[in-house]
Design a binder for this molecule. Structure first.
Ligand code: M6R
Length: 612
């Protein structure tokens, strides 16, 4: 949530900041702003709305300053307006700050500062934060980095901040705790950002700042200290990120690009790990821990949103194939409900961004109780990838559309590979079934490509239902989490109320909602609960519900009952979610586009939820 960028070097900072903010806009789009030092003045320009509004607002200026910071906001404290937009000045307007995160003790700090005579121009915790730094700087007569360091020992909460001062115009101070921050290394220049996407076109050498580290950045030098002023090593990493991966490449929306990319992203996820011909499945991350996972009495999975849905599918797969009991928990509930975690327990944390605050907190809690934590993460170098004991990356490439699509299928792919590896080691599946599933998994990219060919049919169905007020999504077994995922996709980008339910649960309540105006999406592919779901379809039809059924190619029964059918290729039922989710992603996409919604940046949402 919130994107931050900074630049110090020899080039004009403004265009670099604007371009960077556009790349980070998926993290928040309530307002945008920049601070620059122009002819010895510290100027701030900020505007409610998207980065394009800020561009319009500043179009008559020609900025030459070579140091600056920029911010795109997802509002936490104070409504989204010009006043609350970042950057914020200190009271004397000599300092400017951008901030991603929440300062939890800002109320107490504000009272203290108000009693000292400070006044505030905004409703934000961030303005309190920078005023607090100003006060420390003045009262203790400190330079900027020392004032920031002292302030950081007294604030409670999460932050990624970058600060500049008109009195020390050749340096930026950056710090983080709980919110991400990457520093790109150029020639006599440094780039700072919430993630690597604004940096990759300038340099592929980066340093990931760790929690409670402070970077003092001048044109020629990067120095890192901790909050006790102890020097820290700046470990340089090489970025493995291509510019094309973060551009729309001719698609109208990132979401559509990412849906269409899935045959490749799933193949990338398996590349070098799976060779069905030779019966090989190697995941570096689990090699050392395979024995431990094989002997696990229980596995707990924590995640949020779509990643939680991937966790639910994993529950079915692990229990089915490995015979290991699995509990899937919302990270936000797990962290606050005093869960029973014992020394040596195994916890899987699933996250696309690797920055989700609740998932991070759940990991810390589990670690503090002695659990072994394994991460299933997409974003390389992200916080979750660094705090987990081990993990497996998705290798799905950057996901920029707020609605998660290719990360979901990559999560399922990685989790299935792990389950197969463990099941084979544990002997809970026969060798022939193992080999058969490896072949089926290897064939999934082709089947997903086939499922994407339903696009035209799905678009036609979307046109008929785009004005519906509600949708019900029903599935059983492996397709139950897919029903939840389909409903989440629809509500988050089209703003149509949708509920996902296990199909058989319908008669315990939701059936009361069914009439001729209720579209019901059944995920009814041929599997062990096929006959049961056929009965559920009949129950809906006899109440005049409109049935849209996702079925297996060649099904002759359900098309006779359903109002609309969408055919997907057949595969093993454990792998079916990888295929059956595709038309649901397309359905939500087309309906949202037809309703004129902003697909990539749905209202009130942000791509990575770094606040709890
Ligand atoms: O980055 P994460 O996978 O940890 O994010 C979890 C959720 O915030 C995310 O899946 C969210 O629900 C998506 N917008 C769903 O499309």
């Amino acid at each position: 949530m919130c994107g931050i960028v900074g630049y110090i070097g020899h080039k004009p900072a403004f265009p670099i900041l604007i371009k960077g903010l556009k790349r980070l806009e998926y993290r928040g789009y309530d307002s945008a702003g920049v601070a620059l030092i122009e002819s010895s003045d510290l100027d701030i320009f900020k505007k409610k709305g998207k980065v394009s509004e800020l561009e319009k607002f500043t179009e008559t200026n020609s900025f030459k300053g070579t140091i600056g910071i920029g911010h795109t906001r997802w509002a936490t404290h104070g409504e989204p307006n010009d006043r609350n937009a970042h950057p914020h000045y200190s009271h004397d307007q000599k300092l400017a700050i951008i901030h991603n995160g929440i300062i939890e003790n800002y109320g107490a700090l504000k009272t203290e500062l108000t009693e000292k005579g400070y006044e505030f121009r905004s409703d934000t915790d961030t303005e309190v934060f920078i005023t607090f730094i100003e006060d420390i700087k003045k009262s203790l007569d400190l330079n900027l980095e020392d004032a920031v360091r002292v302030a950081l020992t007294k604030v409670v909460g999460a932050y990624a901040i970058v600060i500049m001062s008109v009195e020390e115009p050749d340096k930026l101070i950056a710090a983080r705790k709980g919110s991400p921050m990457v520093i790109g290394l150029g020639q006599g220049e440094y780039y700072i950002a919430s993630d690597a996407t604004p940096i990759v076109e300038y340099t592929n050498e980066v340093v990931y700042l760790n929690d409670e580290q402070i970077a003092i950045i001048s044109r020629e030098n990067l120095e890192i200290v901790d909050t006790k002023d102890v020097p820290q090593e700046a470990e340089i990493h090489k970025l493995d990120l291509k510019l094309e991966a973060i551009e729309k490449s001719g698609y109208d929306h990132f979401m559509l690009k990412e849906i269409m990319e899935q045959p490749n992203s799933i193949a990338d996820c398996m590349r070098g790990r799976l060779n069905a011909n030779e019966g090989l499945l190697t995941l570096g991350g689990i090699r050392e821990y395979a024995e431990m996972i094989t002997n696990a009495k229980k596995i707990t999975i924590v995640a949020c949103g779509t990643s939680w849905h991937a966790g639910l599918v994993a529950e079915y797969i692990f229990e089915d194939l490995c015979r290991i009991p699995v509990e899937v928990e919302y990270a936000s509930e797990f962290r606050y409900r005093n869960p029973i975690i014992n020394e040596g327990d195994i916890l899987f944390a699933i996250s696309q961004s690797g920055e989700t605050a609740d998932t991070l907190a759940a990991i810390e809690l589990a670690k503090s109780k002695g659990a072994f934590v394994f991460g299933v993460v997409n974003t390389v170098g992200s916080s979750i990838s660094r705090v987990t004991h081990e993990g497996a990356y998705l290798h799905a490439g950057p996901e920029i559309g707020v609605a998660s699509t290719k990360a979901f299928t990559a999560q399922l792919t990685v989790l299935t590979m792990i389950a197969l590896r463990i099941a084979s080691k544990k002997g809970t599946i026969s060798d022939s079934k193992y080999r058969e599933l490896l072949v089926d998994l290897e064939n999934i990219p082709g089947k997903v490509a086939k499922a994407l060919e339903t696009d035209k049919t799905v678009r036609e169905i979307s046109a008929l239902f785009k004005d519906a007020k509600n949708f019900l999504y029903l599935g059983r077994g492996y397709n139950f989490p897919v029903a939840l995922e389909g409903a989440l996709k629809l509500k988050e980008i089209s703003y149509i109320h949708a509920e996902g339910y296990p199909a058989a649960e319908m008669k315990h309540g939701p059936i009361a909602l069914i009439d001729e105006n209720m579209p019901v999406v059944f995920i009814a592919t041929r599997d062990s609960s096929y006959d049961k779901i056929v009965s559920n379809i009949q129950e809906v039809k006899s109440r005049k519900g409109k049935v849209i059924a996702v079925v297996t190619e060649g099904d002759v029964l359900i098309p006779k009952m359903a109002d609309f059918t969408i055919e997907v290729p057949s595969t093993h039922e454990a792998l079916m979610p990888l295929v059956s989710v595709i038309p649901l992603q397309l359905l939500s996409y087309h309906i949202a586009v037809m309703r004129g919604a902003n697909v990539d940046q749905p209202r009130n949402l942000a791509k990575s939820v770094t606040v709890e």
